[in-house]
Design a protein around this ligand. Structure first.
Ligand code: SF4
Ligand code: SF4
Length: 408
């Protein structure tokens, strides 16, 4: 059995480029990237992290014989190898803000230029190290992530949008609604990362104020906004000043202009927020028009599903472990689908929990630990959906209730 920490340290010290499963064991992807050119060390590190993200993406990992991506959030050990002349403190501080709280991070000096090495855990089934959800001393359930969809509609129409944005009506959460959700949920859960998502959150006219509400909610340790970036050039200073973290999904079917990305980088340095730019050129299929009658297959999909740990959301007054369950009714309303066979009913009553439940923390603890699939899992691919190149749907596709042309 490989000693993960020692292997990553050796890789960072050695500085040889690596992207592999040693001994064919796909539980950990080992990556090492090196930047021969010198430059501003933080900018070099930023570039190395971007390279590591590219190497761990599903498209690249497929060449190693595994058809799934590995995420930096699942890195268990990260080591920065730096020349002895460089002060590691700012490098470590910069990297720490970009890693999950449980990731071990170390700097060591090496001969040669900056190198970044990491071991990224397989995320199928459950998050690294998590076997069950428990309530802490404050009575709250610690979760990896919790998201709010502050604008459900979007200015793009991506096929296989996880949140059904092309199919749902224009809808904003008001500041009062955000405050109510935060106050109810903050008594029941605490999230490593609080995600502001959509739809496209920048469409919300009060997005800067919403960021502030979430930051002071006590519901999460970090607040991260996700955007397709199209509206960034028109955002006011108040928005940039409010940000803690921002992830830009740069879609191949609607790519951002280089000057917009550069402006976001400049703003990130000026205002001190964490910026991640994620190139996205493919999407997995999300919900299926086919009803899965086989109990064993549904259980397997649920057991392997990583989304139930990362895509927790409140929608329309109910808490869901995944966005697909939250939007399943919209999918079934708009998309032509197979009905359950005669004599079978689709019970979705337990798919979510009312946030007004008097025992919300206890209900959430039991719900997050359940081993029974949700009703929505009958129509869901979980994390195992086929991959399609990223593309935009037409208005006609949307009018016909198409979320994926391959599945229509
Ligand atoms: S940018 Fe695309 S994937 Fe993201 S919410 Fe909009 S339609 Fe969905
Ligand atoms: S509906 Fe089931 S399989 Fe689909 S994302 Fe949610 S928990 Fe996973």
């Amino acid at each position: 059995m490989i000693d993960t920490q020692r292997a990553v340290e050796a890789s960072a010290r050695n500085g040889a480029p690596v992207c592999e499963f040693p001994d064919g064991d796909s539980r950990f992807l080992y990556v090492c990237v090196v930047q021969p050119e010198s430059g501003n060390p933080i900018e070099v590190l930023e570039d190395l992290l971007q390279q590591a993200r590219g190497l761990s993406a599903r498209t690249r990992v497929r060449s190693l014989g595994e058809d799934r991506g590995y995420r930096l959030e699942d890195a268990t050990a990260v080591v920065i190898g730096h020349p002895a002349t460089l002060d590691p403190v700012p490098l470590e501080a910069w990297m720490r803000r970009r890693l999950a709280s449980g990731t071990s991070l170390k700097c060591l000096s090496r001969e040669g230029p900056l190198a970044l090495a990491m071991a990224i855990s397989d995320r199928v089934g459950c998050a690294p190290g998590r076997t069950r959800y428990d309530r802490g001393p404050d009575g709250r359930v610690r979760v990896e992530a919790f998201e709010l969809h502050v604008a459900e509609h979007c200015n793009l129409r991506c096929a296989n949008c996880c949140n059904m944005s092309p199919l749902v009506a224009r809808h904003f959460l008001s500041i009062a609604e955000v405050k109510t959700i935060c106050s109810r949920m903050a008594g029941a859960v605490v999230a490593d990362v609080l995600k502001i998502m959509g739809g496209e959150p920048l469409l919300h006219p009060e997005i800067a104020a919403i960021i502030e509400v979430l930051r002071s909610s006590g519901l999460g340790d970090r607040v991260r906004l996700f955007t397709n970036g199209l509206l960034l050039p028109s955002m006011p200073d108040a928005f940039w000043e409010a940000l803690d973290e921002m992830t830009i999904s740069n879609y191949s079917s609607a790519p951002l202009k280089p000057r917009v990305l550069q402006m976001a980088r400049d703003r990130s340095r000026r205002h001190g927020f964490v910026l991640n730019v994620k190139p996205v050129n493919e999407f997995s299929q999300v919900l299926s028009p086919r009803f899965e009658s086989d109990d064993g297959k549904t259980r397997k999909t649920f057991a392997r599903c990583w989304l139930k740990h990362r895509c927790l959301v409140v929608r329309q007054g109910r808490f869901y472990m995944c966005t697909r369950a939250a939007y399943a009714d919209d999918f079934l309303h708009h998309v032509a689908h197979q009905e359950p066979p005669a004599g079978t009913t689709l019970d979705r009553s337990g798919d979510g929990i009312s946030i007004d439940d008097p025992d919300l923390p206890g209900r959430i603890e039991a719900y997050m630990n359940r081993e029974e699939p949700l009703g929505a899992c009958r129509y869901c691919f979980g994390g195992d959906g086929e991959v399609e190149p990223h593309y935009q749907l037409t208005r006609d596709d949307v009018a016909r209730g198409v979320l994926s042309r391959a599945l229509s």
